[in-house]
Design a protein around this ligand. Structure first.
Ligand SMILES: C[S@@+](CC[C@H](N)C(=O)[O-])C[C@H]1O[C@@H](n2cnc3c(N)ncnc32)[C@H](O)[C@@H]1O
Length: 221
């Protein structure tokens, strides 16, 4: 994290990680932001354009299908899916993030939940026709990556899809996160069991030329 919008997150993450706590800083950041004392760098007015663009072309969208948004933060992507007709559940490890999302969208149909991706509720396994994971796995230390990745993959129902959006890291390049962007091998690792990789691409965000992300799609047979 480098620019000034990242300063509060960088400071709080460093303190949390130094105590061996990979997720505590998210709640501290959202709580400080709710009092106007910090900035959440990924807070945005609009849903992620890479999700919006993909879902517009996705043949199995909306219409009562069940969607899950992992690490939903302040809810913009979850609200977008709900607006398209998905029966949407969204969770975050931060209670304040979930409370703020509920306050921002008081008429929302999204089922917002506080939960930890590292120990998600058992009933979410195989429960969603679309799972969206956008820059959450990369916000967790590499030591918990395998657990986080397989817990995301496990939520996809038979016949369902997983969309992963993440920053890109070249194989062999060390980073001092957060974030810890994903290598191609770490993207491929979402394809566990009968969840198979359909498409892995590096795309520029239309609103940020030259700023590329992984956008990867997986499908469970
Ligand atoms: C970098 S932000 C991304 C937020 C949102 N997905 C987006 O694309 O803007 C990572 C989010 O994941 C949440 N998070 C981090 N670790 C988590 C965990 N173990 N379980 C659930 N949520 C988690 C954080 O609180 C934060 O809201």
């Amino acid at each position: 994290m480098t620019d000034s919008r990242d300063a509060d997150a960088t400071r709080l993450a460093a303190a949390s990680l130094a105590q061996g706590d990979p997720t505590g800083w998210f709640e501290r950041l959202y709580a400080a932001a709710s009092e106007g004392a910090a900035v959440v760098p990924w807070d945005a007015d609009e849903p992620n354009p890479l999700l919006v663009d993909w879902i517009e072309r996705h043949e199995r969208a909306g219409g009562g299908m069940r969607a899950m948004v992992v690490g939903c933060g302040l809810g913009r992507d979850a609200e977008h899916l709900a607006g398209l007709g998905f029966e949407t559940t969204a969770f975050d490890v931060s209670e304040t993030a979930i409370q703020t999302a509920r306050e921002r969208f008081p008429a929302s149909t999204v089922n917002y939940q506080v939960a930890d991706l590292l120990a998600p509720p058992a009933e979410w396994a195989g429960a969603f026709d679309l799972v969206v994971e956008s820059i959450t796995v990369q916000s967790l230390p590499v030591s918990v990556r395998a657990v986080a990745t397989s817990n995301v993959a496990r939520m996809v129902a038979a016949g369902g899809d997983l969309l992963v959006i993440a920053a890109i890291r070249e194989e062999g390049v060390e980073v001092d996160g957060p974030p810890w962007p994903l290598t191609r091998a770490e993207i491929d690792a979402f394809a566990v069991g009968d969840l198979r990789s359909v498409r892995v691409e590096q795309v520029a965000r239309p609103d940020k030329p030259g700023f590329a992300r992984w956008r990867a799609v997986f499908q469970r047979s």
